[in-house]
Design a protein around this ligand. Sequence first.
Ligand code: PNW
Length: 459
Amino acid sequence: MTDVKFPEGFVWGAATAAYQIEGAAAEDGRGPSIWDTFSRTPGKVFQGHTGDVACDHYHRYAADVAMMADLGLKAYRFSVAWPRIRPDGTGPVNPRGLDFYDRLTDCLLQHGIDPIVTLYHWDLPQTLQDTGGWTDRETAEHFADYAVAVHGRLGDRIRTWTTLNEPWCSAYLGYGNGLHAPGERDAGAAFRAVHHLLLGHGLAARALRAAGAEVVGVTLNPADVRPADPESAADAAAVRLVDGLHNRIFLDPLTGAGYPQDVLEHVSRLVEPDFVRDGDEKIIAAPIDVLGINFYAPTYVAGRPGGAGASAYPGTEGSVEFLPPTGPLTDMGWMIEPAALTRLLERIGRDYPGLPLIITENGGAFPDKTSADGADDTGWVADTDRVAYLDGHLRAAHEAIARGVDLRGYLVWSLLDNFEWAEGYRKRFGIVHVDYLTQRRTPKESARWYQEVIARNGL
Ligand code: PNW
């Protein structure tokens, strides 16, 4: 039990995203984003919840950072809201928006916490969506301009810059099956979005590097795709297709191999890929120093027609069934299988060698076990199931390191209970409980447990 020690200098921290925690949606010149629009569209988000107030982190960041320091976090991953910096996506920079991240950065540094920036965690300025959003090539260029503007203000203090968070979600859930903003349902739009997100990443990575950024990366949510029956050839073909549409469509071009042929063939059956221009793959392959991995659960598939529900993967309805999750599940209904994380890290280490990895998100949603709003009289929230989830996944990450994977750090999702996108506030991922009526923060049992893990650099 005791001998799970992580390498010297392993980065321990927590992650959040702007729209999920900040609130202050109309303050200091912030413009509307696609998530403001989407959450106001009836039927899109659980009970019409919005990020208008969220955890009010915009006003409470100083106390939140002090709490992070108390928990012993070494690093904190937050995202910058594009519509705070350029309210209409392209026009003049809004200095008051930058001021917030300036204050946050200084506060983190004063507490000895290393800031890790995500430039895009899904809150596209609405004005850019009005001209096509990520289906429009120009959005990629606007993204790089915005990245440079943020770096111009914070680059003297922030070392680690990541461009996108989970472009799979932006493209497939945002433009493919419509579960996320902007809520489009169109296979062609989804693949255009994939390409323009990757292009935006490449342009931004190159521009950040030129501006002197020390560490440049991107965060994906790669999937561990498994066959229902390891003996079945049809299931193996389904794995290959889903792996292509989920993993290789991003990882191959990012690492310089260009789009995989089998994936291009699949895409071409759904949309003319004329949006991929000569030279784009070279831009997308801009060198990166670190790959962020977000991991929650494995994916099991079978090679037979899927059910009626809209698949997140365009063009797979006739040939792939996504198996319903089995065994222990989180409150999201996601499978708990830590060994899948070991498999995934090993696979990425093997197929994309030479790229340092960091887990930029891992965690679980679990319902509160104590009083209706969580905190019991002792001020604790007994989230034993979250402790077990995190413990299992840290052991799995450690196993990958033992097998030679270059994993540099682990950031838990999430510091705070927050706005869980289409699920609103009903799903709680925090290691710190948030009472949304009072904005009171209460570290859960998992936060105290994590504090000890960090202090011991191991389990
Ligand atoms: C990630 N899916 O989102 C995001 O990066 C976080 O902002 C989010 O809160 C966290 O994971 C938990 O959901 C995902 O449907 C949302 O497969 C949906 C999916 C995957 C990741």
